[in-house]
Design a protein around this ligand. Structure first.
Ligand SMILES: [Zn+2]
Length: 459
């Protein structure tokens, strides 16, 4: 057998409990990192511009140097007067790592400045007032001039973002400075033995990229139920560098996922309007007009039109899919549409029915609470929270009962062919082909290079 991947990737302990670990990968709107991020990750929208922020190093002394550089030109010939409005180039910096419980006042005081000075800073010009929003883990620096007067305050929010408040002509002036990291493509590949999570970890992908990958392919592949041992993935993603030093990862640029022998390819494409999304090489969107599941939860009862009632022994079809989830778990609208009905509906209990286009309806039953804006006729967007899991109506325990109907007939929401989101329009196709052909070439180069290395390491 031709082994395309090194041993390390195929000797992961065979975990049998795939479901539990994979389940966390399916939360389509999870905030992936508990730590602050510059932009939140939104898997549903396929938004790709976010960048992880990392905790700044406690001791950074680049900024005093920068300050010195900036001020040097202004004070080419040192003025002898005491009333020199330009701060001396030799500013004295104090740096504090912000801990929970710190306030701006306590930090000013620790640096030796009064609340009065603090007020004159936050009431300054520009973005000076933003100094009031501070978070544990950020770094604050105070610069004082040779007379001990406060000359500047810098709040470094993360490696990329710093709020600089500097004294100019007696007034403090604030400005946010963003640094642009350099992105270099990198490659990772793995074969699933236990779970996607384990294989991705083994391949060197961090949790954020793993979630991202699951989000890209999650429209086609149910990572809780569909992933099999032997499934493979390859990903080209961005590694982010600042001053030549790697500090994080950015977007997934292209990816291939082979699920039960079926190849899925996703390419990140930014259209001429500047909107980015993932597409198959033929220009079809990776997204669907519907979420496969309206909730991130385990199936407790499947769609079954022939279901026999366990006690009555008569056919009592189950026209939907049940998801067991804790009461209060949010339920998402599976697709864009309008509220057809909302309220109590017999044995269904608190129920919302959405109408999507002409012929599709989705139904969400047994809620503990219906979302406030779910008035009949209201517009709903895919992923909007429409209500919360409960046990209203005829049920034995809290769960979501979800129905998907086409022209009024019940369909299995897990297997029904879902309409796709908008493909690349014909007017954009030439541009798409031109740009993605370069991406594909890059991907193939990484992939074949990797396989050669893998073969070499077998010997
Ligand atoms: Zn049900």
């Amino acid at each position: 057998m031709l082994k395309m991947f090194p041993k390390a990737h195929i000797t992961i302990a065979a975990a049998t409990t795939v479901v539990v670990t994979a389940a966390i990968l399916m939360s389509p709107s999870a905030d992936v990192e508990a730590k602050r991020m510059s932009y939140t990750l939104d898997l549903e929208q396929g938004k790709t511009s976010e960048i992880i922020s990392q905790k700044p190093n406690a001791k950074t002394n680049t900024s005093p140097e920068n300050m010195a550089k900036e001020t040097q030109s202004e004070v080419a010939s040192p003025a002898p007067e005491q009333a020199n409005p330009n701060p001396a180039p030799s500013l004295d910096w104090q740096t504090f790592e912000i801990k929970s419980g710190d306030t701006l006042s306590s930090l000013f005081n620790e640096a030796g400045f009064s609340d009065g000075i603090m007020l004159s800073v936050i009431h300054g010009e520009g973005e000076a007032d933003k100094l009031q929003r501070l978070y544990a883990g950020e770094t604050i620096r105070f610069a004082s001039d040779s007379e001990g007067q406060l000359a500047a305050v810098e709040l470094q929010r993360n490696l990329l973002e710093t709020l600089k408040v500097e004294k100019q002509d007696g007034t403090f002036n604030g400005l946010t400075e963003m640094r642009e990291p350099e992105a270099k493509p990198a490659f990772a590949s793995g074969t699933i033995d236990g779970s996607l999570y384990l294989a991705a970890q083994e391949a060197g992908l961090n949790d954020r990229l793993t979630m991202k990958m699951a989000g890209i392919f999650g429209w086609d592949i149910d990572f809780v139920y569909d992933v099999r041992k032997g499934d493979r993935f390859e990903v080209v993603y961005e590694e982010l560098y600042l001053d030549g030093e790697k500090f994080g990862t950015g977007r997934i640029l292209s990816a291939r996922f082979i699920n039960r022998g079926k190849e899925n390819i996703a390419l990140l494409y930014t259209d001429s309007n500047g909107d980015s999304d993932y597409y198959a090489p033929d220009g079809k969107s990776m997204r669907k007009a519907f979420l496969r599941t309206p909730i991130n939860a385990r199936i407790s009862s499947s769609f079954n039109l022939q279901r026999r009632h366990p006690v009555l022994d008569v056919v009592r079809p189950h026209e939907g899919t049940d998801y067991a989830a804790p009461p209060g778990s949010p339920i998402k609208a599976a697709g864009n549409g309008r509220v057809l009905s909302s309220g109590w509906k017999g044995g269904y209990g608190r129920t919302v029915v959405l109408k999507h286009g002409d012929n599709i309806t989705t139904l969400y039953a047994h809620m503990s609470r219906i979302g406030k804006s779910m008035k009949t006729g209201a517009r709903v967007k895919q992923g909007d929270t429409i209500g919360y899991v409960g046990s209203s109506g005829m049920v034995t325990g809290p769960h979501l009962h979800y129905e998907f109907r086409v022209n009024g007939s019940p369909r299995n929401s897990r297997t029904v062919k879902l309409p796709e989101a908008q493909p690349i329009p014909a007017s954009e196709m030439a541009r798409f082909k031109k740009i993605t052909s370069r991406q594909i070439a890059q991907f193939e180069a990484f992939s074949s290079n990797y396989q050669h290395l893998a073969l070499a390491s077998e010997d």
